[in-house]
Design a binder for this molecule. Sequence first.
Ligand code: DX5
Ligand code: ZN
Length: 225
Amino acid sequence: MLISPSLLSVERKKIALIVDELINLKVKYIHIDVMDKGFIGHTAIKISDFKKISGKKIKYGIHLMVNNPRKYAKKFIALGAKTIIFHYESFSNNMSIAKFISDLHVLNVKVGIAFKPNTKIEDAFFFIKMVDIVLIMTVEPGKGGQTFNKKMLKKIKICSEYIKKNNLKTSIEVDGGINNKTCIECWKNGVNILVIGSYLFNGASIKKQIDSISNIYREFKNFKI
Ligand code: DX5
Ligand code: ZN
């Protein structure tokens, strides 16, 4: 189980300090939200922000909520990003999705495919075999602090059953409204990676919040919850 802190709600001038703190707390994978005005209506973490942290010893998952993932992927990979997560909805045809995934793999980059809440995952089963991560959005992409959409649990389950049935190693990542309650439902349905924004950064301390999720996971694994 991995916790992937989302830096979306972190003040940009503090971004490098927060990344250092997360590294000290043994976080292994940080979530970077990239948006454009076409796909979302506003922007989020920019290349100039990422430049401040790209050299640090930690893995980043670049969540591209943009109309042209190829253009953005290129920029982030040039700065050392090794995991690119693009939205299924950014493309109009399956051939270009398949080509994009294989182009990223040739560059030795891990690939994630993300789905908005209203997108049916059954339409894209074919791609689950091709990618390293499936990112299930549990809120509408765009901003932090929204409420987890419980209807997404079924989608997570369908995805996890498909992965098991086909003996795949694909990870399931969830993004949106994850806290000390919703995480349990996610694990029960097969999630491996939790993207967490507000719950981590709006609590008493980042350490306390990470510890609380880790303790709940321990109880979950020991069948106590
Ligand atoms: C929303 C972003 C998320 C966001 C999650 O579009 O993709 O990564 O930061 O924030 P919380 O955990 O507050 O829902
Ligand atoms: Zn995200």
